[in-house]
Design a binder for this molecule. Structure first.
Ligand code: HEC
Length: 136
């Protein structure tokens, strides 16, 4: 292989890797996620219901706001580990709700933590509507 074609091959590989990373990191948006859960929910998303859900303790020690803050427009702090958490409201964090696998993983984990079950599509739609309503 000539020097030039080797350089080109390395460049092409780097570009492919970059494309793969960015595709994985940004395969969705808060608007897409809102549409996704709204389509599965029995009633339209409701931001006020989402706010109440987000700030309520559902019989357990923590609410969503315990870690994400109330309102979740600033950096949150993990209720037990103290680790900082990026703002959850998308207008304050361009990375929030941009990766489907990540959104699903954290919804599953955090809903189990707070509700001892998964959140319903309605609850997720309401939370998304609430988060989307928070503006600088
Ligand atoms: C015990 C602490 C804790 C509680 C309680 C909690 N979360 Fe989280 N949540 C986290 C952490 C940690 C992350 C990862 C954030 C990071 O890496 O910056 C996260 C991330 C998320 C994400 C992913 C956002 C994204 O796209 O980056 C969603 C959605 C989410 N939480 C929703 C909720 C909801 C809804 C509740 C309430 C049912 C809740 N969380 C309660 C700790 C918590």
């Amino acid at each position: 292989m000539s020097y030039l074609s080797r350089t080109f091959a390395a460049l092409a590989a780097a570009l492919a890797l970059l494309a793969a990373c960015s595709a994985q990191a940004a395969d969705t948006s808060a608007a897409d996620q809102l549409a996704r859960w709204t389509a599965q929910a029995p009633t339209p998303a409701n931001a006020e219901r989402g706010r109440v859900f987000f700030t309520a303790r559902h019989g357990a020690e923590w609410s969503c706001a315990s870690c994400h803050g109330n309102p979740p427009t600033n950096q949150g702090k993990h209720a037990s580990t103290g680790k900082t958490i990026a703002p959850l409201a998308p207008a304050f964090n361009p990375k929030a709700f941009t990766d489907t696998a990540r959104v699903d993983k954290w919804f599953r984990r955090n809903c189990n933590e707070v509700l001892s079950r998964e959140c319903s599509a309605q609850e997720k739609a309401d939370v998304l509507a609430y988060l989307a309503s928070l503006r600088p």
